[in-house]
Design a protein around this ligand. Structure first.
Ligand SMILES: NC(=O)C1=CN([C@@H]2O[C@H](COP(=O)(O)OP(=O)(O)OC[C@H]3O[C@@H](n4cnc5c(N)ncnc54)[C@H](O)[C@@H]3O)[C@@H](O)[C@H]2O)[C@@H](O)CC1
Length: 499
């Protein structure tokens, strides 16, 4: 498990060390790590360090100091180092080390030396940045290594209010920063390398957690040797409609690949109908059900419902039932339009940005803060998904899985096991029906834990489902582009490797 902090938390953690006079030592450690990052990137691109043309963009603060020290270390390895100051002030010790190593300050971005740079170290702004940044040109084709956080990106939130540099690699110090993963920041950070500068004992509880493969086995429900189908858990599924029949099959595929004892699929009518025929054709083990009160351990409601009046009525009935029985439930897609906020039931909501905006508006979130009387739109959610997920979790009391290029998982409470980020999944995962599969996976995890004595927090269960879905996408993508119906095979592969 990796911990992710706001820039402010990292700055606070540095304070006791700075007060004890460790500032220069911290800067050397950071700069050494930055130089290593540059060397690794050069090697990755089959470029030699001796003779490499490396220019630093140097700001006024300690971020600039890190950049200058790193350049001086790279000069020892034979790199040709230059720097451009973007402010009038420059870190004095850093500048002295840079000059002593043979570094040369350039007058500005229009110089021929800068145009020929193979690597640019962005050391303009770090965690001390405030407000919008006016930006700085980067030569075409140069590799960009950001020092701590790409300039222009807020380390606290990932928001970009002016310009921001886009890095191939960000070498970050002391702890991963929220800004590297959330909102626009994620698209500016490139690969991320963490350099330990010894802040460990001073770091607070993290803002977010990032699951590692080794965390997953204990978050997936155990398959006990003497289990039978009812003790493994029965999942009730209300998904799919005449308009979106495939969703029903995809959620069942996701759930079966993750592992459930049984699926009861709530049919549209009492008579054989095409939707149920399709589901049973793909998954003969699914049990069709016409009565929602038959016993299950958890429900999945909403994927592919469309606005079919009958399906919506069924969904309302099931939502009321799950609430009365306090059953765990995953509510997806059109089901989100039907939920009532603030229940005590263990629920996971799985909106994408557009659905999250609609839900925030329905719950009145657009009118009680700086955006007074303005409606929240998809772009607002995409700019700061963590804030949107936190707000939704607070308003609904539910665990929110806010889907996107980076998925946020956020419970209603603060503290460990409550807030996670999953940075990615293969780009091929952006395909119709992949959300249905995800809902099925998460629902299966909830089903397996529903009656266990020592289950992980609901948000951690949901985060494990998100992780599984992402890992499955890499397993399947190895064979080329895929459709959502192929994802379940990847889930099975990943679960088999983990258990
Ligand atoms: N404090 C520490 O213990 C350590 C800090 N380190 C580095 O220090 C950085 C933080 O240093 P600082 O606090 O000096 O802050 P920064 O170096 O991030 O920037 C502060 C400077 O930038 C200017 N500035 C702020 N916002 C601006 C904007 N929007 N446009 C233009 N100029 C702007 C400010 O006037 C100030 O001079 C970290 O990100 C990290 O790189 C590392 O050396 C490791 C140790």
């Amino acid at each position: 498990m990796h911990q992710v902090y706001t820039g402010t938390q990292i700055r606070e953690a540095e304070q006791p060390l700075l007060a004890a006079g460790a500032g220069p030592q911290l800067m050397h450690q950071a700069a050494w790590g930055l130089a290593q990052g540059v060397i690794e990137l050069l090697h990755e691109h089959q470029l030699a360090v001796p003779g490499a043309r490396i220019t630093g963009l140097i700001g006024a603060g300690n971020n600039g100091g890190d950049g200058l020290w790193a350049l001086s270390f790279l000069a020892r390895r034979g790199a040709h180092i230059t720097a451009i100051c973007t402010a009038e002030r420059v870190h004095p010790e850093g500048a002295a080390a840079f000059r002593a190593a043979g570094g040369r300050f350039l007058s500005g971005p229009e110089t021929a030396d800068y145009a020929r740079a193979e690597v640019v170290i962005d050391a303009v702004l770090g965690t001390g940045a405030r407000g919008a940044w006016e930006g700085h040109p980067v030569p075409e084709g140069a590799l960009v290594v950001a020092c701590d956080i790409p300039s222009g990106v807020s380390a606290d939130t990932g928001q970009v209010s002016g310009q921001a540099i886009t890095a191939d690699l960000t070498v970050t110090f002391g702890g991963l920063k929220v800004g590297l993963f959330n909102g626009a920041g994620a698209a500016h950070s490139g690969n991320i390398k963490l350099v330990d500068i010894g802040l460990g004992p001073h770091l607070p509880a993290p803002e977010l957690q990032l699951l590692s493969p080794t965390d997953i086995p204990e978050l997936l429900p155990p398959a006990a040797p003497h289990a039978h189908k009812y003790t493994r858990g029965v999942l009730g599924v209300l998904a799919g409609s005449t308009k979106y029949p495939g969703a029903a099959s995809l959620v069942c595929a996701g759930a079966l690949a993750t592992g459930v004892g049984m699926i009861r699929f709530l049919t549209q009518t009492e008579h054989a109908e095409p939707l149920t025929t399709l589901v049973l054709g793909a998954h003969p083990e699914v049990v069709p059900a016409t009565d929602p009160t038959e016993r299950v351990q958890a429900w999945l409601v909403g994927s592919g419902l469309s606005d079919s009046d009958h399906r919506v009525e069924q969904a309302k009935q099931v939502l009321t039932l799950t609430q009365q029985q306090q059953l765990p439930a995953v509510i997806d897609a059109d089901g989100l339009k039907l939920i009532e906020p603030a229940t005590t039931q263990p629920r996971v909501l799985t909106p994408h940005a557009g659905e999250a905006a609609a839900l925030l508006n329905r719950l009145g979130a657009g009118s009680d803060d700086a955006t007074q009387n303005q409606r929240v739109d998809r772009a607002n959610v995409e700019a700061d998904p963590l804030a949107a997920a936190q707000k939704l979790a607070e308003l609904t009391g539910d665990v929110i899985v806010l889907k996107g290029p980076h998925t946020i998982i956020c419970g209603p409470d603060a503290g460990p096991g409550q807030r996670f980020i999953y940075p990615g999944g293969h780009p091929f995962l952006a395909t119709a029906g992949s959300g249905d599969t995800l809902a099925g996976i998460i629902a299966a995890v909830l089903t397996g834990w529903a009656e266990a004595d020592a289950a992980p927090p609901l948000a951690a269960q949901a985060a494990a489902g998100v992780w599984l879905h992402g890992a499955a996408s890499y397993a399947v993508a190895a064979g080329g582009p895929f459709g959502a119906s192929q994802l379940a095979a990847g889930v099975r592969t990943v679960v088999a490797e983990l258990l």
